[in-house]
Write a protein that binds this ligand. Structure first.
Ligand SMILES: [Zn+2]
Length: 175
């Protein structure tokens, strides 16, 4: 009887715990969103601070970072149905000052990437849209790139993407 009682009091403790405020799972990539577990679950599906992986080529000194996520087209529209550039990926914001923006359109989506860090201005990236016909943008920072929409993609509200970022990361030699 005594063990049964302690079991039920443990259950009572669990319920308030789920109401506590927790951090987004992408917190270490820079997302500052907090909330109750149920609300954060929804946010994490469209969080723009997606985790990335890093690989390093010791011969060419090229570092390659990869991430993936979902671009939600309606985020580009304001209440007057006008489009503007909004960020859809902030995975590299914390470490490279790098953000990817898009502006929606009927026939094409415009893409731009910027870094606030001077040494990363030469970054090149590959942005792949995983649509019916996958489309790759081989991009540079501070330019507008265009993703032409096929008839099938025009109907889609969410578009899956992958980003690969690469840059020279030479070891520091102390003489
Ligand atoms: Zn988040």
């Amino acid at each position: 009887m005594k063990s049964h009682k302690s079991k039920s009091s443990n259950l009572l403790k669990l319920f308030p715990a789920s109401e506590s405020i927790i951090q987004c799972k992408n917190n270490k990539f820079g997302c500052s969103k907090t909330g109750k577990a149920a609300k954060l679950f929804l946010h994490q599906n469209i969080c723009t601070y997606n985790p990335y992986t890093s690989t390093y080529n010791r011969e060419s000194y090229v570092r390659t970072l990869k991430t993936k996520g979902y671009l939600c087209r309606k985020l580009s529209y304001n209440s007057d149905n006008e489009t503007k550039f909004v960020s859809f990926n902030n995975s590299f914001l914390k470490d490279l000052g790098l953000q990817f923006f898009f502006k929606d359109g009927q026939e094409r989506i415009q893409i731009q990437a910027f870094s606030s860090v001077p040494i990363f201005q030469d970054i090149s990236f590959n942005l792949i849209f995983m649509t019916d016909i996958s489309f790759t943008i081989k991009g540079k920072l501070n330019r507008i790139h265009k993703f032409p929409l096929t008839d099938n993609v025009k109907k889609e509200s969410i578009i899956r993407y992958k980003i690969t970022v690469s840059f020279k990361d030479e070891p520091i030699v102390i003489e």
